[in-house]
Design a protein around this ligand. Structure first.
Ligand SMILES: Cc1cc2nc3c(=O)[nH]c(=O)nc-3n(C[C@H](O)[C@H](O)[C@H](O)COP(=O)(O)OP(=O)(O)OC[C@H]3O[C@@H](n4cnc5c(N)ncnc54)[C@H](O)[C@@H]3O)c2cc1C
Length: 419
């Protein structure tokens, strides 16, 4: 299990996933209704069952079908008869899978949300219904792996001005370009990719397509040491022909979808993030309650106890924000015939603010917990160091810190119009 075990047996026994969930529930359940609590209990049973079968020396992809069997690849949209659904359920799903295995959570989110979510919008607006449904079923069962290709070598934060060029044909489009940091790319069967017909007019000509690997997509794996069990690619689209049925949004609609998609993506990243915060913090709380130095548990020393208390307050605040944002999304956007424009604006704004706050908090919590726990947390004897590693990328994925701040700055600048 460990390369070399040095952790005290009595403490190790208490550092169980079951105990992590007990402390998580004590903090979070008062914010949930009965249905949501029941949903969490089932998720926790699933995690406790899967946990002993996770081999941390192997990549995460063999675990996706396990999630798929229980409808846990995503929970925003209704798929098959898995219930309940909605953004709040998705946030809770992301939090639990992060607590279970934060690298599995990264791959799940890329496949189920970033690639899977667009398949729901496709048939909602018309198009190749059967193709979208087939891809959706393969992705959400975990049988196939999906990814998203927005970022290019020369276009990171500037995701509008893409250089991937599409050329229209009678029966589809030909894609030429390169994508980078494609999470799941090296193992992916489907690539949700964006390109433009006219580089000088991306807003009116952007295309969104789900491209099957067999159409000719090539990938090279990047070395990213912080998430070694997740495959991340440099993706090459060299004259890749995409049949019409696989084009989800054409002639500029791709631009609208790209930005619509960022809202559920950022809210979902908040779910993953709060899971990382809770996991890191709870392992720290358990360990420091049991580890004794100078004759008493180290948590009783103010330097340790106050630090963890500060992180608990922030983790609860982040969780309340994520759940509240998801509630508004569900009630006023997802489950209503006429989504509220006011709510759409608020959720778009709060998804940037929340992603900014939670992503940073994952790093702060995990880093600080290591300082409070001491040496053991740097070894493989506790899950904390893996959480620290995953926390390193949370601020970059889904739009970097500055891009969230740029969006928030845009919001506050507009307040002058209210005066
Ligand atoms: C592990 C990992 C997984 C990822 N997964 C995916 C994926 O699956 N699919 C995908 O498409 N992308 C993915 N990304 C890409 C991610 O979204 C980008 O890294 C991110 O959008 C930033 O782009 P960039 O790295 O090119 O930085 P750049 O855009 O080059 O920015 C460099 C720096 O300048 C700052 N900056 C840029 N513009 C401004 C501005 N206007 N104002 C202020 N500061 C600015 C940025 O904040 C950053 O600090 C992933 C990245 C990583 C690291």
């Amino acid at each position: 299990m460990f390369q070399e075990k040095i952790i005290n047996d009595q403490i190790l026994e208490k550092m169980s996933l079951e105990n992590v969930f007990k402390i998580f529930n004590d903090n979070v359940f008062s914010m949930l209704n009965e249905e949501e609590r029941e949903y969490c209990h089932k998720l926790q049973e699933f995690c406790l069952d899967l946990n002993p079968r996770i081999d941390k020396s192997k990549d995460v992809y063999g675990l996706l079908p396990e999630l798929g069997k229980h409808g846990y690849i995503q929970r925003i949209n209704q798929w098959r008869d898995f219930k309940p659904v909605g953004m709040k359920k998705e946030i809770l799903l992301g939090a639990h899978i992060s607590i279970l295995d934060p690298q599995l959570e990264l791959a799940r989110l890329a496949s189920g949300i970033l690639c899977g979510n667009p398949t729901f919008h496709y048939y909602q607006y018309g198009g190749g219904y059967d193709t979208a449904l087939k891809i959706q079923d393969e992705l959400l069962s975990g049988q196939k792996v999906g990814c998203i290709g927005i970022t290019e070598p020369e276009r990171g934060s500037d995701a509008v001005n893409l250089t991937t060029i599409c050329t229209k044909t009678d029966d589809g489009a030909i894609f030429n370009g390169e994508k980078v940091y494609t999470t799941n790319g090296p193992s992916a069967d489907y690539f949700c990719c964006y390109g433009v017909y006219d580089e000088t007019n991306p807003r009116d000509t952007m295309v969104q397509a789900i491209i099957a690997r067999e159409f000719g997509v090539k990938t090279e794996r990047l070395k990213i040491t912080s998430v070694p069990r997740v495959h991340i690619a440099h993706t090459i689209l060299d004259n890749v022909f995409v049949p019409k049925d696989y084009i989800l949004a054409d002639d500029g609609l791709g631009y609208k979808r790209l930005f619509e998609g960022l809202v559920p993506e950022r809210l979902s990243i908040m779910g993953s993030g709060i899971g990382i915060c809770w996991a890191g913090l709870i392992y720290g709380i358990i360990y420091t309650n049991l580890r004794k130095q100078f004759g008493k548990p180290v948590i009783r020393y103010q330097g340790v106890g106050y630090g963890l208390a500060d992180l608990l307050a922030k983790s609860n605040a982040a969780t309340a924000l994520a759940l509240q944002a998801a509630t508004v999304y569900d009630e006023k956007i997802l489950f209503t015939e006429e989504p509220s424009k006011e709510a759409e604006k608020w959720v778009a704004a709060i998804s940037s603010q929340g992603k900014y706050y939670v992503a940073r908090l994952t790093h702060d919590v995990c880093y600080e917990v290591q300082q409070h726990m001491g040496g053991i947390s740097i070894t493989d004897n506790t899950p904390v160091d893996e959480l620290v590693d995953v926390s390193k990328i949370e601020e970059v994925i889904g739009g970097s810190r500055n891009i969230q701040l740029l969006l928030i700055q845009g919001q506050i600048q507009r307040y002058v119009r209210l005066l």
